[in-house]
Design a protein. Sequence first.
Length: 126
Amino acid sequence: MKTEATVQHPTAVPGAPLAQVSGALLGIILLILAAAWAVKRLGFSAKGSRVHGLKVTASVSLGARERVTIVEVDDARLVLGVTATQVSLLHTLPPAPAAENQEQTPEAPADFQAMMKNLLKRSGRS
């Protein structure tokens, strides 16, 4: 006597692959948003920028598209009003003393390792 064994194959759930792909995509999007928030929160962006003799030393937002910015140029500091359509000179200040400039702009870490050590020190993890 020969007995035949019946093998039952599991039935596929109709939406399972779509749910897996959607879940993975949602996870990746959430990871990107969390990384962007962390970069903004921890301050990895440059505080001031220097381009060919120009340096933005301070800036404050007055509205949705309006700002007042202090820009250092060779021998003067300019207070500028910046809108979406124009830039206006509001005031001219004398150049800042050399000691004041050095205190306001700490030296940036030269490499990734130094930046990570600085970040870990700042968060209190030694």
